[in-house]
Design a protein around this ligand. Sequence first.
Ligand SMILES: [Zn+2]
Length: 154
Amino acid sequence: MARHDPTSAPAAGLPAGMQARLRAAGIQPTLQRLAVAEVLLARPQHMTADQVLAAAQRLLPGISRATVYAVLQLFTERGLLRELPVTGAATIYDSNTDPHHHLVDVETGDVLDLPAEALQVTGLAEALRGVRLDGVDVIVRVRGLAGRQAPRRA
Ligand SMILES: [Zn+2]
């Protein structure tokens, strides 16, 4: 077991890489922010604020709902997360900020990524006249998604 050096140790059990990632986004890595980052940013995934709260409380008991919501807002503003515009459900936060689309099960709320190249969106030329394209996010609403794997990248 490595010797413990209190002057260089990352915050309790949280990897130093995540601190660097927050700093790179201009975010001071407090314990609360690191807990939310560890829950949500460690891998590509989709979670509601309540799911993040429950998982963050296992890492950092006592972290409040208001704090988790504020951190989610901050991460979204700084481009570490994006909110999925899924109506009729709690806001879903996506830690994969690369361009991609989604399959959403309207009965269960389950979300799967669709690689950007998996869909062709045609007919945009008219809508784009006089404006700049910033992104295309397609949400495909389905039923019976449970157990399906994300489509493979081409
Ligand atoms: Zn996604």
